[in-house]
Design a protein around this ligand. Structure first.
Ligand SMILES: [Mg+2]
Length: 182
């Protein structure tokens, strides 16, 4: 399927996973401070251009490192403030960052693939329409999250084995932005 078939315009909403999509993921560990946060190659410039195409852009990220005591809520917020400011510097924007900081267990209600973070966005910004939204992520939980909500799904390919089938697979945010410009 080609992106052009989706008829994406400014009324669409973009949902972005963070680790492995925006910044380099640390496999088996957490980005706990600014020193560990590195934008993926060409991601920052691409996010500047990509986010401009949407009225609403949300980052939805599972960060159980907070519940595990690896970082504080404040440290997480500092990382996100830096991330958003850098994107704004590139003429882009992020409407809001939603973080699920609870532990991964059966009681998780916020963590993807739970749709909770998307519902929070919709509650605050009722114009958001999930059928006119794109979820970009690098893991099964991201793709499930998007599919459960009726969104279009974009998988950023990594070395991780993925069982879910996304609507579109790309290597990077850079490539996704290029496709949207065609
Ligand atoms: Mg990820």
């Amino acid at each position: 399927m080609n992106l052009i078939d989706w008829n994406v315009d400014e009324s669409w909403t973009l949902f972005l996973d963070r680790d492995g999509v925006i910044n380099e993921r640390i496999i088996g560990d957490y980005v706990t401070n600014l020193g560990d946060f590195h934008f993926k190659e060409k991601a920052l410039e691409s996010l500047g251009k990509l986010t401009c195409k949407f009225k609403f852009v949300f980052v939805v990220t599972n960060q159980q490192g907070v519940a595990l005591g690896k970082m504080t809520q404040k440290q997480l917020e500092e990382i996100h403030e830096y991330m958003v400011n850098e994107i704004v510097e590139k003429s882009g924007h992020i409407t809001h960052v939603y973080s699920a900081t609870e532990l991964k267990n059966s009681d998780s209600t916020f963590r993807k693939p739970s749709p909770k973070m998307a519902y929070m966005a919709k509650e605050r910004f009722p114009e958001v329409v999930f059928q006119k939204s794109i979820m970009v992520g690098d893991t099964d939980s991201d793709i499930r999250f998007g599919k459960n909500l009726g969104m279009k799904t974009v998988l950023i390919l990594t070395e991780e084995k993925i069982s879910e089938k996304a609507d579109l697979e790309v290597k990077s945010i850079f490539e996704l932005n290029e496709l949207l410009e065609k």
